[in-house]
Design a protein around this ligand. Structure first.
Ligand code: PQ2
Ligand code: NAD
Length: 223
C-alpha cells in the first residue's frame, strides 16, 4: 500500500531516465521544488537543455541506460524516475535502483511504481494531491478540479486557517509545553463564539476568541 507523505524536495537526489516529454516534466517538477536532479538520456528536450544551463542543481548525462555504469550514477539517489519507453532499459534500471536502495517512480507502469506523482493544487494555503494510482489520470484531474472549486468557494475554511495558524504561533510563544498546548486547539474549535466568527468570515474576532482562551491557560486560570 502506498502512503501519502509530504517530503521536502531539498533533501532529495533524483535521477530521471529519459529526457523526453514525461522525463522533462518530472525533472522540472523535482528541480522547481528544490531537489538535485540528474537526467540520463539518449537525447534531451530543449527545455531540459535550457534549464541545465541555468541551474547547478540539474545535471544531464548523455548515455544509454542499458550500458552506462548505473551504480556510480545511483549511489546517492533517493528516487529514480523511469521515463524511457524501452522495456530492457526499464528492467535494468529497476534492478540497479533496488541494488542502490532508491525508490522508483515508474512513469510507464502504474502498478509497479513505488512513488506516485499525484495531480496537485494549492488553494489558500491548503495543498491537495489526488491520484487514482494509475487507474485514470483524466479522472484524477477532474477530481482535483472539483476539490479546488469547493475550496475556492469556502470562506469558512480560509478564515479558520488564518485564525488557527496565528493562534498556533501565538500559543507556541506563550505556552512552552507542547503537551499542554495540544488540548487547547480543540477547546478553541469547540468554542461557539470562535465557530460563529469563522462562519461569518471574521478573522479578527476568531483570533480574539482564540487569544482569550490561550491567555487564560497561559495565566494558569484554567486547568
Ligand atoms: C499528475 C501527473 C504528474 C506528472 O506526470 O508529472 C501524472 N500524470 C500526468 C499526466 C498524464 N499521464 C497520462 C495521461 C494520459 C491520460 C490518462 O492516463 O488518463 C496524462 C494527461 C492528463 O492527465 O492530462 C498517462 C499515464 N499516466 C501513467 C501511465 C502509466 C500507466 O498507466 O501504467 C500513463 C500511460 C498510460 C498508457 O500507456 O496508456 C501513470 C501515472 N501518472 C501519474 C501522474 C501517476 C498517477 C496518475 C493517476 O492519478 O492515476 C502515475 C500512476 C505514476 C507516476 O507516473 O507517478 C501528470 C499531470 C501533469 C500536469 O498536471 O501537468
Ligand atoms: N506517467 C505518465 O504520466 C505518462 C504519460 C505519458 C506517457 N507515459 C509513458 O512514459 C514513457 C515515456 O514517454 P515520453 O512521452 O516521455 O516519450 P519520449 O519519446 O518523448 O521520450 C523518451 C526519452 O527516453 C530516451 N531513451 C529511450 N531509450 C533510452 C535508453 N535506452 N537509455 C536512455 N534514454 C533512453 C529518449 O532519448 C527520449 O528522450 C512512455 O513509455 C509512455 O508510455 C507516462
Amino acid at each position: 500500500m502506498r502512503l501519502p507523505l509530504w517530503i521536502e524536495a531539498k533533501a532529495l537526489n533524483v535521477v530521471v531516465f529519459g529526457g523526453g516529454k514525461v522525463g522533462t516534466r518530472r525533472a522540472l517538477k523535482f528541480l522547481d521544488a528544490g531537489a538535485r536532479v540528474t537526467v540520463v538520456s539518449l537525447e534531451f528536450s530543449d527545455e531540459l537543455l535550457k534549464a541545465a544551463s541555468a541551474s547547478d542543481r540539474l545535471c544531464l548525462i548523455k548515455g544509454d541506460a542499458r550500458t552506462i555504469d548505473l551504480d556510480s550514477i545511483l549511489k546517492d539517489a533517493h528516487i529514480v524516475v523511469i521515463a524511457v519507453p524501452d522495456e530492457e532499459a526499464r528492467r535494468i534500471i529497476w534492478e540497479a535502483a533496488k541494488r542502490n536502495n532508491a525508490l522508483v517512480n515508474d512513469a510507464t507502469d502504474a502498478e509497479a511504481t513505488e512513488v506516485v506523482v499525484p495531480y496537485e493544487a494549492s488553494v489558500n494555503s491548503i495543498r491537495v494531491a489526488v491520484t487514482t494510482e494509475g487507474k485514470s489520470g483524466v479522472t484524477a484531474r477532474h477530481a482535483l478540479q472539483k476539490i479546488v472549486k469547493l475550496l475556492e468557494n469556502d470562506r469558512e475554511l480560509a478564515t479558520m486557517l488564518e485564525a488557527l495558524w496565528w493562534a498556533k504561533r501565538y500559543m507556541k510563544s506563550v505556552i512552552p509545553d507542547g503537551r499542554a498546548r495540544f488540548p487547547i486547539y480543540f477547546e478553541i474549535e469547540r468554542d461557539p463564539r470562535f465557530m460563529e466568527a469563522v462562519r461569518r468570515g471574521d478573522v479578527e474576532e476568531a483570533k480574539r476568541v482564540a487569544k482569550e482562551i490561550i491567555d487564560a491557560h497561559a495565566a494558569g486560570r484554567k486547568p
